[in-house]
Design a protein around this ligand. Structure first.
Ligand code: GRF
Length: 201
């Protein structure tokens, strides 16, 4: 049986599409549900275009509503792909070690509350860092704090803007997240990745 995924989204959905493309025809994993805290999230339209059930939460803080939806779709693994809210503690407990997130920076730096989208890349540029990248990590009760499973690095180039850096990091995200999901499907649960991009120290 393929591992059933719920992909949680708040915005555009480019990581969702990268995952759907990587899992096209896969017998190992399939996206069974796309879930959003926003009924107008463009990512929900992407899900519908791929024929995947797309739902928005009446209340994103309501753990019992989450669990009812996840269980109705028999979800094994939860993937946060541009989901900007904290996951309720009941869901963390029910899916401990089975929730992944992709973050557009090299955690543990440039993570935490308020560190999303262009805010992250602005902070990286302001810090003068020579490298940035993406991180896939396990999700716990706090933003961006769970154990790191994989990272991919990119150079910060002279003249970079938050937009140009974000675009370079997004390319890595679109490879790293599907790889982490496929490895989890093969192992039956998320595993640290020895990734050609970079593995955690
Ligand atoms: C990505 O950069 C992701 O790392 C971050 O939010 C962005 C979402 O992009 N958490 P998209 O909606 O997947 O295009």
């Amino acid at each position: 049986m393929p591992m059933k995924l719920a992909v949680c989204v708040s915005g555009r959905g480019s990581n969702l599409v990268a995952l759907l493309e990587a899992l096209r025809g896969s017998k190992e994993a399939q996206v069974a549900l796309v879930l959003s805290n926003r009924p107008d999230a463009p990512a929900l339209d992407r899900a519908r275009e791929w024929g995947v059930p797309a739902e928005s939460l009446r209340s994103y803080r309501d753990g019992s509503e989450w669990l009812e939806r996840l269980r109705r779709h028999q979800v094994d693994l939860v993937v946060l792909a541009g989901y900007l809210k904290l996951v309720p503690p009941e869901v963390i407990r029910a899916y401990r070690g089975l929730i992944l997130n992709v973050h557009p920076a090299l955690l543990p730096a440039f993570g935490g509350p308020g560190m999303y989208g262009h805010h992250v890349h602005q902070a990286v540029l302001a810090s003068g860092a020579a490298q940035s990248g993406a991180t896939v990590h396990l999700v716990d009760e706090e933003y961006d704090r769970g154990p790191i499973l994989a990272q991919g690095r990119v150079p910060v180039l002279p003249g970079d803007t938050p937009e140009s850096l974000a675009a370079r990091v997004l390319e890595v995200e679109h490879r790293l997240l599907p790889e982490a999901v496929l490895r989890a499907a093969r192992a039956g649960h998320p595993v640290p990745l020895a990734d050609p991009l970079e593995s955690p120290a």
